[in-house]
Design a protein around this ligand. Structure first.
Ligand code: NDP
Length: 566
């Protein structure tokens, strides 16, 4: 595929001034880096803080270059007059932590019981917003994996695999109800463990996780309708490896269809976010789920590898980075394990000149700054029709200035903490690369908390398709703006990526939406919205974004073997 344009036409020059703000001249921005104390260790009190890998140390950050508007100033679009102070301030609205009891230690959940790792080892689990150690969790290893897979196999043979669908459904309905009943507890725990704003864990992650259990509970006794004329048999033991960006939701995406179809499960949560999976173990006990049907084994990536390669595993489901996904595909090649991979993305969010701009701005913000941009389907490449690019970027900058960055436990926070020091370093490195390659950085002025791993909402203009920030998955609150002139050029640029997970289109014309959708190589295409999820809707990728679908009837397909009726 050819690249038609390497520069952003009509984008802001570095010396543009908007509402009295000043973008910093290019010679101060390009490649400029400063060593500053780690995000969580700014100031002199860094001694004693704990970093994600257990070692303190500075994060190399790009110099904050675009000090453009004090956050307390109203955007011009509010009509208060240029540079007027915002006439109100939000009062702190912290969610209470009282609803959650975090124990000092957690074990593995194998065969319905909490057990310590065979090695006796543990690892520290850290709150990314404060850098406090929340708890210590048993570090699973290959021997624990073996115990968990055997427990899952026994549960499959003796009980779950032969249980009628209507009986399996009862357990799933029970789990869904318990998730709803304990939703506040889950939301607070998830926010403390991930750094995501409580508003999002409360309103998105937990309700959607429960919705997946409701949805697949409904399918458990109706598999013959999902696959008419075929007999759907469970595969057996499913090994499921999930990432840290939506821990409980990814667990639900994987466990709910697996159980509905009659499989048993061994799940490995990410090392930085094991707590909601371990609380889910408690829900399984509360729901009287037979022992061994769900096993949860936290541990390092090497343990994940041991799990997927275990000969007792029939099905592997992985969500995470493309690099690890490729390794998994290689690792189980030649076996009869069924594999689904949900990997990275570099989605294009395409705005045409007839789009409702106010809605589009909200969609762009939701597309890239939701969950700190740590979303595989994030709309990280904004493609704007050239004729409206200047106006849209101006309005987007205004909107960015209103994003509230800070304590994830505050109900008013829009952008919480980055999940780990390693992820913050990755974002920081890619943003520095964007500057070094000549893109123009914009960040609203906003104070970051003294501790924790935070990153400002970031916008790049003057982006070329060859820039790393336009090609690589950043997995952070960083938006790259490019322009296009015609629908053909938009399609070509949108598809000019090794990924193919998602895309967004903003336009008034239904026919254009259909025309674009047919041409875009993306598993999900949102029209005049972004980052909408529903358990009834399949989700998955093309190309290096993986294969197989999760959600909807298609999500069941990944957990069954279809046979002809006898
Ligand atoms: P990984 O792909 O390394 O981690 C995802 C999960 O896989 C975690 O549970 C991890 O365990 C586990 N894992 C790691 N190595 C192996 C292995 N060899 N075999 C089996 N499982 C393994 O993602 P990272 O957390 O390292 O994030 C790196 C980048 O990946 C991010 O910056 C982002 O770009 C992308 N990413 C994409 C996600 C998506 O949803 N598509 C989700 C997360 C990240 P552990 O946590 O113990 O390392």
């Amino acid at each position: 595929m050819t690249t038609r344009s390497r520069t952003v036409r009509g984008a802001h020059r570095p010396d543009d001034q908007v509402d009295g703000r000043h973008d910093v001249p290019a010679d101060e921005t390009s490649g400029a880096q400063a060593v500053v104390p780690s995000a969580g260790a700014r100031g002199a009190d860094s001694a004693g803080t704990v970093t994600g890998d257990g070692s303190p140390g500075p994060v190399i950050r790009p110099k904050v270059t675009a000090v453009v508007r004090p956050a307390e100033r109203a955007p011009a679009s509010w009509g208060l007059g240029d540079g007027q102070a915002i006439p109100w301030e939000y009062a702190p609205a912290p969610e209470s932590r009282e609803v959650v009891t975090i124990r000092e230690r957690y074990g593995l959940f194998i065969n319905g019981r909490e057990v310590q790792a065979v090695s006796g080892e543990t690892f520290a689990d850290v709150n990314p917003a404060t850098e406090e150690i929340l708890t210590h969790v048993a570090r699973g290893g290959p021997q624990d994996v073996d115990l968990a897979v055997r427990a899952a196999r026994t549960a499959f043979r003796r009980r779950w695999g032969a249980l009628p669908g209507r009986e399996r459904a009862k357990y799933l309905f029970r789990i869904a109800r318990l998730l709803q009943e304990r939703s506040r507890e889950f939301a607070v725990l998830e926010t403390m463990d991930t750094g995501k704003p409580i508003r999002e864990s409360r309103d998105v992650d937990i309700p959607l996780a429960a919705a997946h259990f409701w949805y697949y509970a409904g399918w458990a006794d109706k598999l013959e309708y999902a696959f008419p004329g075929r007999v759907a048999r469970p595969l057996g033991v499913a090994a499921q490896v999930i990432p840290w960006n939506f821990p409980l939701l990814m667990l639900a995406w994987k466990i709910a269809p697996a159980l509905a179809a009659g499989n048993t499960v061994v799940l490995k949560p990410a090392s930085t976010t094991p707590l909601s999976a371990l609380l889910f173990a408690d829900v399984c006990r509360q729901a009287d789920l037979p022992p061994g049907v769900v096993n949860i084994v936290p541990g390092p990536g090497s343990m994940g590898e041991a799990l997927i390669c275990h000969p007792g595993v029939d099905k592997v489901a992985f969500t995470g980075s493309t690099e690890i996904g490729k390794g998994i595909a290689r690792g189980i090649a030649g076996t009869d394990k069924v594999l689904t991979l949900e990997l990275g993305g570099k989605a294009a969010n395409i705005v045409f000149d007839d789009a409702p701009l106010d809605q589009a701005i909200e969609g762009i913000v939701n597309g890239i700054y939701f969950n700190q941009g740590e979303v595989c389907c994030a709309g990280s490449r904004l493609l704007v029709q050239e004729s409206i690019a200047d106006e849209l970027v101006d309005r987007l900058k205004d909107r960015l200035a209103t994003i509230r960055v800070g304590d994830p436990m505050d109900k008013n926070t829009d952008l919480g903490a980055i999940n780990s020091k390693a992820q913050l370093e990755k974002i920081t490195e890619l943003v520095a690369a964007g500057q070094a390659e000549g893109a123009t950085l914009y960040q609203p002025a906003c104070d970051l908390p003294d501790r924790g791993w935070f990153f400002r909402p970031t916008l790049f203009t003057n982006v070329a398709q060859s820039h790393r920030i336009a090609r690589e998955e950043i997995f952070g609150p960083v938006l790259s703006v490019l322009t296009f002139r015609t629908p053909d050029e938009a399609v070509e640029k949108a598809n000019n990526t090794p990924y193919g997970l998602s895309a967004g289109i903003w336009t008034d014309k239904g026919s254009r939406i259909l025309w674009m959708t047919r041409r875009m190589r993306a598993g999900v295409v949102w029209a005049n919205t972004f980052n909408r999820f529903d358990p009834t809707s399949p989700f998955g990728g093309y190309k290096e974004s993986g294969y197989g679908r999760e959600g909807g009837m298609q999500g069941l397909h990944a957990y069954v073997r279809l046979e002809d009726p006898a």
